[in-house]
Write a protein that binds this ligand. Sequence first.
Ligand SMILES: Cc1cc2nc3c(=O)[nH]c(=O)nc-3n(C[C@H](O)[C@H](O)[C@H](O)COP(=O)(O)O)c2cc1C
Length: 287
Amino acid sequence: MEGWKKVTKRVHDKGGKIFIQLWHVGRMSHPDFHHGELPVSASAINPNSKSFTPEGFKDTVTPKEMTIADIKRTVSDFKNAAANAVKAGFDGVEIHSSNGYLFHQFFNGTSNIRTDEYGGSIENRTRFFFEVLDAMKEVIPQEKIGVRFNPSLDGLFGITMDKDTIPTFEYLIKKLNDYDLAYVHLSEPFTDVSENPFAVTEIAKHFRPLYNGTLMINTAFDQNKGNKVLEAGDADLIAYGKLFISNPDLVARFENHLELADWDQDTFYTTGAKGYTDYPMASKSLK
Ligand SMILES: Cc1cc2nc3c(=O)[nH]c(=O)nc-3n(C[C@H](O)[C@H](O)[C@H](O)COP(=O)(O)O)c2cc1C
């Protein structure tokens, strides 16, 4: 918290706002992070993926199925994390319920084969997520909570779509109309899913009519593509990933139609400043 206070203060001093993303990666973790103990998940199913460890990417393992006590403890961990985020000066938090991590492992039928109240029906598979959201809003106003989903994620991070996948996300997003969240943040498909009978290929277009609040969309946008989606009314906000890594002053570059710098893929998921804080600013005013 003391470390993050320095960061949030610098952002606020420059008139910015900053949210922090709260994660539990579940079975995408590795025993190396847990003194040799197994990571946990909805069910004991290996995603057969890669886990990012301090020694680089390693094969994932078969996780331990979470007990009810594990689930309750994790709900309170998220609540504590949200309270700590407020103390550290963040303007809000985003629940990382996307990209094959713990909540996604509960949503997905191939990673969740539980037979208790956290498995089976859509209502059961989304129960843990809503328990976390409800606990968090006791310590941070819900208008300061965002959530992130990747509905058409398929064949990555151990997630395989089935006939219940899109209905699960439709249920989640419709139910979020009962809340007053900062935003719902969705990703367009990470891979080509045009041949997948269970997938939705245009995520913003599909989910926009289902959600009354602020909708953010992400994945492979540039300025023009982003503006088109906004003009079509398919989303309210565009999130930029890789372009923001290589262009720290991306907003000013867009505003002034300045040239964009390419990102260096080799520095993704590495440690140290290179590739994170050493991309130059094009606009002096932001230095
Ligand atoms: C190096 C790197 C780190 C990322 N870290 C996160 C992360 O911490 N949380 C998250 O939700 N997405 C993360 N992403 C995914 C991005 O948010 C985004 O979904 C993805 O890069 C696609 O959007 P883009 O085409 O604008 O880059 C990361 C992506 C990259 C390349």
